[in-house]
Design a protein around this ligand. Structure first.
Ligand SMILES: [Mg+2]
Length: 304
């Protein structure tokens, strides 16, 4: 075989995301985040940088030519980290055959080394995640999420109980059942329509879109990855961000896991997101809508 094997890439990403999570926790605990502003309201810390460098260097050690789109613009010093490519070997018979020998040109790895950086700098670390998504022919097919600051169920743990930050990994490949997920909907929320949206970039566009759906409840929190995971785990029916603000690296990994459990992510028009390594097109200019079911119903409401 001469192409890329998705099981080997996702296996390596699992290793690298867990290791990056430890790097992120250690930097947070050190108290020296070395915050720089990339733009208005867009901070970056030394943890974002170190996490991305670690992931890219590890991937390059196995696949020197693989296309990678990472959030941070940084040099990548070589490492001696050779992530484990064999963790998912047991799925070789059940995985879609196309994914075991993927045409190299058609594969892109999207890395958000630390999603929800602003929350991270404010100490609201429960929504921080490392996100690595793999697209094939423009469609997310594999995703790895690592939450460094939660317990094994993904529940927030306050700073004062930092020893309980064991971290949580969720990975998914389209066509393989996803493990380590729960239906977290509270009994009193059954039958309600719940929207989750941005905490920090709320605007009139989003308010107008929410009004079209007329939900029973609106939740606002940080992190595109965290909000998509809330939909995946049925804490919300819709993640709505009907304006510019998310990037392809924020959504590729959770999108793959969402697809693996039967959910849908599109633009508010219903059009698919265009996953490309053209850096001038990484911004989701029209916004995104994420659902776990009834996607078309919500798209119809939004476009009434
Ligand atoms: Mg980030």
């Amino acid at each position: 075989m001469t192409g890329y094997n998705l099981l080997e890439i996702v296996s390596s990403c699992i290793d690298l995301a867990e290791q990056s999570g430890k790097i992120i926790r250690d930097i947070f605990n050190s108290g020296t985040l070395d915050i720089k502003m990339k733009g208005e309201d867009d901070p970056m810390t030394v943890a974002d940088l170190k996490s991305q460098q670690h992931i890219i260097a590890g991937l390059r050690n196995h696949w020197p030519d693989i296309k990678i789109v990472g959030e941070e613009d940084c040099e990548v010093p070589p490492t001696q980290t050779f992530p484990d490519r064999t963790k998912l070997q047991k799925y070789s018979d059940s995985a879609p055959k196309d994914y075991l020998n993927m045409n190299k040109e058609d594969v892109i790895v999207f890395i958000d080394p630390l999603d929800a950086t602003k929350e991270f700098t404010l100490g609201r670390v429960h929504c921080v995640m490392t996100l690595i998504g793999i697209t094939y022919k423009g469609v997310p097919v594999g995703g790895v999420i690592y939450q460094p600051f939660v317990d094994a169920d993904g529940l927030p743990v306050p700073k004062e109980q930092a020893s309980q930050w064991v971290g949580r990994l969720v990975w998914g490949i389209v066509g393989i059942p996803v493990e380590n997920l729960k239906d977290k909907r509270a009994p009193e929320d059954k039958g309600k329509v719940i929207i989750v949206t941005t905490a920090s970039h709320f605007n009139q566009d989003i308010e107008n879109s929410i009004q079209k759906i007329q939900p029973d409840k609106v939740l606002r929190t940080g992190g595109a990855g965290y909000k998509t995971l809330m939909v995946i785990e049925n804490l919300a029916d819709v993640y709505l961000f009907s304006t510019v603000g998310t990037k392809l690296w924020d959504i590729a990994a959770p999108h793959a896991i969402l697809s693996a459990v039967g959910g849908t992510l599109t633009q508010p028009s219903g059009k698919p997101v265009n996953y490309t390594d053209n850096l001038s097109l990484v911004e989701n200019k029209n916004g995104i809508v994420v659902t776990i079911g009834d996607h078309q119903k919500y798209i119809n409401l939004l476009n009434k």
